[in-house]
Structures are given as structure tokens and as C-alpha cells.
Design a protein around this ligand. Sequence first.
Ligand code: IMP
Ligand code: MG
Length: 175
Amino acid sequence: MLKSRVLDRHEIEAAIDELAGRLNRDLVGRDPVFICILKGAVYFFTALTTRLKQSVVIDFIQVSSYGATTESSGTVTLVKDVTVDIAGRDVYIVDDIVDTGFTLVDVLALVEARHPRSLQVVALLDKPSRRRSRVEVAYVGREIEDRFVVGFGLDFDERYRNLPEIWEFEPDREG
Ligand code: IMP
Ligand code: MG
């Protein structure tokens, strides 16, 4: 069930505005490729990239790690690979939330193997207290407590992604 609202529309927009502001300064003189990690980052990704002042190339990658649980399995499977040539490009990986960091470590390794010129991570949310791997996230929208959240792309067992706000979620105890 949905417990309490963590970020309302206004707070989400403000976080994305701030990230876009930083990126617009940092992207000057770069030739960026923005890669959305499907599916969770998709709402964040469109909001973020439409705030960027220069033309950027976009692409999508999909990995899977969670089932009907709020814990990461610790192993990710590549479901859909990128299609643009990222060799020599400035690559920005866009993720919904960084939790243990296991997913990102694997995605970064996959992308690094294609020899980008630079590689950075942009995440809407970060749960730093949960981190179990060393991964650098250069751009974080908002840090949150160790709570499982849904909405604005984030799911529990594929549900709640289309909620316009971000809510704390607690799975029902029976089934
Ligand atoms: P990690 O590998 O533990 O860092 O988990 C990263 C992925 O797990 C994120 O990209 C999300 O898809 C999912 N995830 C982590 N925490 C949450 C949460 O609180 N709500 C929904 N999905 C989450
Ligand atoms: Mg997910």
C-alpha cells in the first residue's frame, strides 16, 4: 500500500530543474549521449532531456534485477542494449534511483566496454545509506532515507510507475 508522499510534483520539478541547470553549464563544448535505463528512469529522462539547451543524442538500455520484492537480487541481466555508437562520446547514464549500486556497477561496465570519452551518472534519487558498491554518482536530484518508493517511473512489481508523485510503499503482508 501507499504510505506517505515523499516528493510532490513541485519537488520533483525543482529537483529536475536543478540537475538540468548544472548539466547545461557542464555540457558546454561536449558531444553528449544521454542513455536512459529502462523502465524506471523514463519519466525522469524525458523531463530532464527536454530541459537541456543543446541537442543531445538519446538512447536506451534495459537491465533487470528485481522481481516482486523490494530487494535487489544483486545480479543484472541485459534485456536491451544501446544502439548508437558511443565510442569517443561523452556519455551520461540516467537512472531513477541508486540503492545498493549493484545495477549501476554492471551497467557502467557494459557501457565502459564501448570506450566512451567520459562516463557520468545522473540519478533522480539516491539512498546513500543503502550503498554496497563503490560507484560515483556525479548528479543526484534528491537524497532520500532508506524507504522503498514508487511513482514517477519507480515500480513495485511493475506497478505504480505512472503515479505523478513519489510515494513510500509497503508491500501487503499476505501475498
Ligand atoms: P540497486 O542495484 O540496488 O542500486 O538498485 C537499483 C535499481 O533498483 C533502481 O534502478 C530501481 O529500478 C530499483 N530500486 C531501488 N530502490 C528502489 C525503490 O525504492 N523503489 C523502486 N525501485 C527501486
Ligand atoms: Mg525497477
